[in-house]
Design a protein around this ligand. Structure first.
Ligand code: SAM
Length: 228
């Protein structure tokens, strides 16, 4: 499905809706989601979202939210913004948040680029992009998140020294991402040996897509880039 946001004329590719919600899930959407949804307009910062000056992290396309919840649980001093257009993903995240009693996540049911637009320069300490849709056909390459436009947007909002993490199990995306990142003067690849990107770091909770990739016997790559 392709959707165009009338405010930005940005195109968002992929599914937004999936299964019919069960009763408990519908209740989470009605009661918990409004408490965690980003304010409709204006600049986004820690004070506004969490009432203090905590470090802010962003997860782009969090799927069902396993990684985001794992990070929130392990880092209660951090505030995490998660952006995901897929409604089943939002439900999954709400279940994680409720199940673990998490208070340090805020959600955007839509395009992560719309969130980035509203963040001040150098306001994030970390950005996660895990198993982005690969769009493997050459004619769809412009749809991949790792492209010069979105990368410049991520670079603007990351603090110098902040980290951009990209995970993928797709060989086309792996090569593409490394090529695009190498062309960007804003990022430095942190790997020193192949093990640094072949083995999942301890502080990198597994996502659903990663688990599926492992079950299928795929190799998975874990890239960490530092904002210069
Ligand atoms: C292949 S799934 C991976 C989900 C999750 N990160 C994981 O590893 O299990 C890619 C996700 O990115 C989301 N997505 C695609 N474009 C996006 C965008 N511009 N902003 C936020 N999320 C996006 C999709 O809805 C989808 O859930």
């Amino acid at each position: 499905m392709m959707l165009t946001d009338p405010a930005t004329t940005r195109r968002l590719y992929g599914r937004r809706t999936g299964h019919k919600l069960r009763q408990g899930q519908a209740a989470l959407m009605e009661e918990l989601l409004p408490q965690l949804t980003l304010p409709d307009a204006g600049s986004l910062d820690s004070q506004r979202l969490f009432g203090d000056d905590r470090p802010l992290w962003l997860e782009i396309g969090f799927g069902r939210g396993e990684h985001m919840a794992g990070q929130a649980l392990a880092n209660p001093q951090v505030g995490i913004i998660g952006a995901e257009p897929f409604l089943d993903g939002i439900v999954g995240a709400l279940m994680e948040i409720e199940g673990h009693g998490l208070t340090n996540i805020r959600l955007h049911n839509g395009d992560a680029l719309d969130v980035i637009d509203r963040l001040p320069d150098a306001s994030l300490d970390r950005v996660f992009l895990l198993h982005p849709d690969p769009w493997p056909k050459v004619r769809h390459a412009k749809r991949r998140f790792v492209n010069p436009g979105p990368l410049a947007m991520v670079a603007r909002v990351l603090k110098p020294g902040g980290e951009f993490r990209v995970g993928t199990d797709h060989p086309v995306y792996c090569r593409w991402a490394l090529m695009q990142m190498a062309k960007s003067a804003d990022f430095e690849w942190l790997a020193e040996t192949p093990l640094d990107f072949q083995v999942r770091p301890d502080d990198w909770p597994q996502t659903r897509y990663e688990a599926k990739a492992r079950r299928l016997g795929h190799e998975v790559w874990y890239f960490r880039f530092r904002r210069r």
